[in-house]
Design a protein around this ligand. Structure first.
Ligand code: ZN
Length: 228
């Protein structure tokens, strides 16, 4: 297996609604503990962890294609050569397969603009009594904030026969098919949002890919003399 290209998708993510990506997202904290959103320990500014965006792309593509693991809570681990999820994201929990390494690498998205946070008080409705209990305060990043998007995509020679059809009548092949899987995943994230509380309208995003850069191997120029 030989690596042919390394592509970088460069762009930005704009928040269209308040967004909350927390470290302990779904753990209910009672007693007025604020649920804070995740921040860079150095700058103190919010950011979008690459793992959050990647996880959401993966699960959205799995839902779209009806691909799940042994039970529907588990990611796909089918490792079939025609499975776009396993090829791009890697088969879940499977080490013995012929797909090669995961193709996608989603970088943490640092803040470009905005980044103010707002506090919102939420009530948890007790369904049986139909009463609101334990109000909690959650921190969200304000709409309009912008984050830098960078996704790396490795292309191998074994991808030459991989095909994918999305948003176009044309079936793409090879690196273009992998690119379409990434575009599709990003479009699905625009539909479903990121972070927690998306059913309440949190985490709505607009994702723009400005350009795709192909990293060239250093040949001649820029290479130290006598380098191997
Ligand atoms: Zn699969």
């Amino acid at each position: 297996m030989r690596k042919i290209h390394h592509l970088r998708f460069i762009g930005h993510i704009k928040l269209l609604s308040g967004t909350r990506i927390g470290g302990s997202d779904d753990i209910l904290q009672i007693g007025g503990t604020d649920l804070t959103c995740i921040k860079d320990p150095v700058t103190g500014k919010p950011y979008i962890p690459g793992s959050s965006l990647k996880g959401r792309m993966r699960s959205a593509l799995e839902r779209h294609h009806g691909r799940f693991g042994k039970n529907p809570q588990e990611p796909c681990g089918c490792a079939r050569l025609d499975c776009p999820v396993c090829r791009v994201f890697g088969p879940h929990k499977k080490t013995d397969h012929n797909l090669g390494p995961s193709r996608i690498l989603v970088r943490d998205a640092p803040l470009l603009e905005g980044g103010q946070t707002e506090l919102k008080t939420e009530s948890i409705i007790q369904r049986q009594a139909n009463t609101a209990q334990h109000p909690r305060t959650v921190e969200r990043v304000a709409p309009g904030s912008k984050f830098a998007l960078e996704i790396g995509l490795q292309v191998f020679d074994i991808d030459a026969d991989f095909t994918y059809r999305y948003a176009d009548d044309r079936e793409f092949r090879g690196w273009e098919a992998l690119r379409e899987v990434v575009y599709h995943g990003l479009d699905l994230v625009e539909d479903c949002g990121i972070g927690s509380g998306t059913s309440k309208g949190y985490g709505s995003v607009e994702i723009t890919v400005e350009r795709i850069v192909r990293s060239e191997r250093r040949r001649g120029a820029g290479r130290p003399r006598d380098a191997v």
